[in-house]
Design a protein around this ligand. Structure first.
Ligand SMILES: [Fe+2]
Ligand SMILES: [Fe+2]
Length: 278
């Protein structure tokens, strides 16, 4: 039986929002300091053994194509760099707080994979457009559909049924509004506020389906929307919409062909990251 009180934003945030691990908050604060030393980052990371082992694993992955094995954290930090640490930390934090049970379920895995791909695509788009904030784009991409994970965690069979009623994300948001009175973008915004994430992140989550309505962080909302659409089309094996791509290309001064290249760049990394963090 559908319980509107249980499915209210207030209740889902109060009872269904897992805390972000302390290590995420700690390392995140360190990374925001431009002058922080890699030793300080390695020291902070060493307090979180799971995150440390993931960073070591990443440093030894084919992405970095190193000669020899990286066995200590300080070398791993130097190898992967601050940007990759901050990405790894966000992935690690979200995956730990939501738990393996949800992220390894069929629907959870799909949402998680989609979020990781959107994060990587968003940060590539940022780089190609020569815009600052590739790390912010990554976090925003990773979190844009966090509302879906919260709903899945709240009632798995029920939310599966809701998801099955829609063919794409915008249609899903409409079904959610009809059933719950809010959509996953609104719920995700409340989660970002609950986690005390920067206002730019919560704003982007709110407008990721309708970036033209954003009143702040408009470029980021558009980038996430493009990354989201690009990944959705690619994962559905659908043709890239030429008209859409040329519109994006024009807006961000990126060649049309580069959108195909973005996918080719992120796909091999995606598999590696999924293996490291699952
Ligand atoms: Fe969405
Ligand atoms: Fe999405």
């Amino acid at each position: 039986m559908f319980d509107p009180e249980y499915f209210s934003i207030e209740n889902l945030i109060k009872t269904g929002l897992p805390p972000l691990p302390a290590s995420v908050v700690r390392v995140s604060a360190l990374l925001s300091d431009m002058n922080v030393s890699q030793t300080a980052i390695a020291n902070a990371l060493s307090l979180d053994p799971i995150l440390s082992s993931r960073i070591l694993r990443l440093a030894n992955s084919p992405i970095y194509a190193l000669h020899g094995t990286v066995t200590n954290l300080a070398s791993a930090v130097a190898t992967v760099g601050n940007m990759a640490i901050s990405e790894a930390m966000m992935i690690s934090g979200i995956s730990d707080s939501f738990g393996r049970k949800i992220l390894r379920s069929a629907a959870g895995k799909e949402i998680w994979f989609h979020s990781l791909a959107t994060a990587m695509a968003a940060s590539e788009i940022c780089r190609l457009a020569q815009m600052r904030g590739a790390d912010e784009a990554f976090s925003c991409g990773l979190l844009h559909d966090i509302g879906k994970l919260i709903l899945l965690r709240a009632d798995y069979p029920f939310y599966i049924e809701i998801m099955a009623r829609a063919t794409d994300e915008v249609a899903l948001a409409a079904v959610e509004r009809e059933v719950f009175g809010f959509d996953h973008a609104e719920l995700g915004t409340a989660a970002a506020i609950g986690w005390k994430l920067p206002a730019a992140v919560s704003h982007m989550i709110r407008f990721h389906h309708e970036p033209s309505n954003a009143t702040a962080g408009i470029a980021m909302a558009h980038i996430i929307n493009i990354a989201d659409t690009l990944v959705t089309l690619k994962m559905a094996d659908a043709e890239m919409d030429e008209l859409l791509i040329s519109k994006w290309a024009l807006a961000f001064r990126i060649e049309v062909s580069q959108f195909e290249m973005i996918w080719d760049t992120i796909s091999p990394r995606l598999d590696e990251v999924v293996q490291t963090f699952s």
